[in-house]
Structures are given as C-alpha cells and as structure tokens.
Design a protein around this ligand. Structure first.
Ligand SMILES: C[S@@+](CC[C@H](N)C(=O)[O-])C[C@H]1O[C@@H](n2cnc3c(N)ncnc32)[C@H](O)[C@@H]1O
Length: 451
C-alpha cells in the first residue's frame, strides 16, 4: 500500500536528539509530521538492569519503574496518544515489548489506533540458550506490534528465502519460463471487465512472514556498546525498510543507545530521537559520530548535514537532581573521558581520560577493550555540595595505587581544606589533582584547566 507522502522536514528539527521525558518533548511536535515511529519502552518486567556499561560487575542497578501492569499502561497510554497524533496519515507505528505486558499493550493500542489499523504482531525470535532445569519453555521471543494510522499506509514488501515446503510449491506453480524468468499464468480482468491471461513472474524470495529470526547482540558482536537493552541493527533496518522510504522521517521516542537512529541514518532516512537519560543521549551521539560518520555540529546541521543534541541538562540546579550514576556519566563524558565499567566498588575512580598523545599498546589485551592505552588519568566525581579533605585523601590513594601522575576531581564545590590537601599532595608526591567545579564545566572554561 502506498501513498504520496509530503515532506515536512523544513518545519521540523530532524537529525536531532532531544533529551527529556518524551511526553513533554512530543508535545512540541506538530500533528501528522512523522512517517514511521518505533518505540522500545522499558518493560514491566521488574528485572534489574545494569546501568550503562555495567557487565559482570554490575553493582548499581535500578528496577523498572513500573511495578504493575496497570501503572505501566498508565505510563504508556498518554505517550502513545501523543505518538498517534504526530504520525502522518500514511505512517506506521511499531511498539516493541515482551510477554510481561504485550496482551495489555495490544488492547491499549487497539483503543488508540483502532482495531482495524492493527497490521501485525511480529515475533522477534532470538534462539535458545544452553540451559536446563527450566520449569517452563524457554522464553525467547519479543513482540513487536505494528499499527498504521489509516488504511492508506506506506508498506514495502520485503522478501525472505523460500523454505523447504514453499520450494516444492514454487516448482509446481511456476512451471513456465521465458527470457525474463520463470512464471505462472493467472486470469485477470481489464477495464471493460474482459478476462485475459497474465504472467506472474517468480520473485527471488517469498513475502516476509511475521516471525523474524534475528540473533541478539552477543558479547563478541561488533555492534555491541554494552548498553543493556540494545537491539540489533538488523531488526531496526527491517522495520525501516518495510515502512518508510528514503528521506522519510523516523522517530524513536525511547531511543536508548540509538539503534533506530543509526539504522535510519544508514538507510537515508531523516530521524528524531528522544531519551530521558542524558547518558543515553551522549552514548548515541558518539555512536552516530563513530558508526554513521555523522558530525555533531550545529553549523553543519543548519546546512543540512550533521546532527545536534538538544535539551541536555545545562544548569547546576538540574544536575543536582539527576540520579548519581547519570551525574557521574555526565561529568566524565563532559571531560571527554570514558565512564568506568564498575559503577560501585570502583576503588575511587569513576572514569578515565586518555590524553590524545597516549600511544596504544595493544599487546595482551582483548580487541575492543578500551584500556589498551597505558597513559590515562583517573576522574573522580562526587555529586555533593562541598568536597572535603577525606574525599581528596581517598582519591590520592587511588592515584598512587594506579601509579598515575595526574587526576581530575569533579564536584559542585571544594572546601578550603580539600584545596590545601591538593597542594600538599603535589609537594609530597609530585602528583597533580585538578579540582573542577560543575560551574566551570558548564562555562566551558575547561579547556584551559585540562591543557
Ligand atoms: C529499552 S531502552 C531502548 C533501547 C533501544 N531500543 C536501543 O536499541 O538502544 C528504553 C529507553 O527509554 C528511555 N526512557 C525511559 N522513560 C522515558 C521517557 N519517559 N521519555 C524518554 N525516554 C525514556 C530510557 O532512558 C532507555 O534509554
């Protein structure tokens, strides 16, 4: 099904990541401006997620906020209503969820989009795990609901390989052949209602089904960022190819580490991303720069290239309110460093800065590990009003333990005791601690201090 779709990108800021609650951000968008929406909201799973970069050493975890299905649906409903509003008449909507809430989500979406606009329940199957002693069958699929805004929606048929069964059927049905390939004959009617015989040529595959067998991102996968809920690019590419065309606008309003945005960019679509987490926004910005080679640059963005991130917390007041791990990540990333993998039990180090001059010495380290460089400086972050002498003492211990010559300490303010101790440490050990206040980072007077 296809319709002529008008482009509204001149009225919209595309190639833009908005940081904030999607309910607020969506209200800023005009009606019927988006061609394709994909969302992958946090599930009603009560599962604890590792926070960014947490792997086996997960320490600081958080529970999904939605303790019950009811509150999950209450959270999702106004957001889906807004999403339906911003979707074009020819647009499509995909919601990714799993067995925890899928049946309730389906009812909610039927109410919002209308039962008749339901197109598919796509099953994303990601294969079994080597496990035993289960009390039930392994749960190895997610559910993706696909709705259209109206009857007249954009859909591009994708093909998949013939299965064993369909090969046999193909051979019996497509028994003729000419210079254009194999075909079968079918009866059609012309404008006057007269019957005629038409050739239907064999395609290179069959129309894709609603069960998609795509592997999850495993620990050795090249696209893996370490973000716990990252979805495979192949999954998003399939959705984007089926339900949009080049230059269409794709929106992901829960975009995590930006898989949908990267897929959209790589397929020549325009895109808008929204995420409430400043860390997620910075992670996906880096991914777009590294993977899609898209510059993050206001000037280029105005000229129709590059991309921008909007509405990141910018005031001391906002930064005091964000969760501690978000604050740590914000500070480390603002300094151009890399957040620590172990979030608690980090032995006094929240991140590392690798000076541009440091030489990589890869030997003996796993490819992909970022700690292959031997020259690095530790970063310590404290979301507190006034850092005191004991905080400096423990950072000194970490610096000496790691045999570093310099480190950075970020906080809102430093007591005069703390600053005196920093001087004393330099005289005693010839090690430098650079105290950085949030205000200094925000004022971008950093470059001088970091030089
Ligand atoms: C399951 S993850 C999405 C993962 C994403 N599909 C990917 O492949 O990286 C859900 C994301 O929704 C974000 N989120 C949660 N509540 C939100 C809200 N109210 N507004 C915007 N984003 C929100 C979280 O910060 C998280 O990054």
């Amino acid at each position: 099904m296809c319709a002529t779709s008008r482009k509204s990108s001149s009225l919209l800021d595309t190639r833009t990541i908005f940081c904030g609650d999607n309910l607020d951000q969506l209200k800023k968008l005009p009606d019927a401006c988006i061609d394709l929406i994909y969302i992958d909201p946090p599930f009603n799973s009560n599962r604890t997620y590792e926070v960014f970069w947490g792997e086996s050493k997960e320490k600081r975890s958080f529970e999904d906020r939605h303790e019950s299905t009811r509150s999950y649906i209450e959270f999702m409903r106004p957001r889906c209503v807004e999403l339906a509003r911003v979707l074009q008449e020819t647009g499509s909507f995909y919601l990714h969820c799993d067995w925890h809430a899928s049946h309730y989500v389906k009812i909610m979406l039927d109410q919002i989009f209308g039962e008749k606009q339901f197109q598919n329940e796509v099953i994303w199957y990601y294969g079994p795990k080597a496990t035993q002693n289960e009390t039930h069958f392994q749960r190895k699929h997610d559910v993706i609901f696909f709705y259209s805004k109206s009857k007249n929606f954009q859909f591009n048929t994708l093909l998949q390989e013939y299965s064993e069964g369909s090969l046999e059927e193909r051979d019996t049905r497509y028994k003729h052949e000419d210079e254009e390939g194999r075909y079968r004959l079918t009866t059609r009617r012309d404008a006057e209602g007269n019957k005629y015989r038409a050739k239907v040529y064999l395609r290179s595959g069959v129309a894709m089904t609603d069960v998609w067998d795509i592997g999850v991102i495993n620990s050795t996968s090249k696209e893996r960022l370490g973000y716990p809920t990252q979805k495979p690019l192949a999954l998003l590419e399939r959705i984007i190819k089926a339900s949009s065309n080049p230059n269409d606008i794709v929106l992901d309003a829960f975009c995590g580490c930006g898989t949908a945005l990267v897929a959209a960019q790589n397929l020549g679509r325009l895109w808008i991303g929204i995420d409430i987490s400043p860390t997620a926004c910075r992670v996906m910005a880096k991914r777009l720069r590294d993977v899609s080679k898209l510059p993050e640059d206001e000037k280029l963005w105005r000229a129709g290239r590059g991309f921008v991130v909007r509405d990141l917390p910018w005031s001391e007041k906002q930064l005091r309110k964000i969760p501690p791990f978000e604050f740590e990540n914000w500070a480390v990333i603002a300094l151009g460093g890399i957040p620590n993998k172990a979030q608690v039990g980090d032995m006094g180090i929240d991140g590392r800065i690798y000076p541009v001059s440091s030489m990589p010495t890869r030997s003996g380290k796993t490819a992909g590990e970022l700690d292959f460089m031997d020259v690095w400086y530790p970063i310590q972050v404290k979301q507190k009003d006034k850092v005191g002498r004991p905080d400096i003492d423990s950072f000194e211990a970490a610096i000496l333990r790691e045999k570093r010559t310099k480190g950075f300490f970020v906080s809102f303010e430093f007591s005069s005791d703390a600053l005196r101790e920093i001087d004393a440490f330099f005289r005693r050990e010839h090690c430098i601690i650079v105290p950085l206040t949030v205000q200094e980072i925000l004022e971008e007077s950093l470059a001088m201090k970091l030089a």
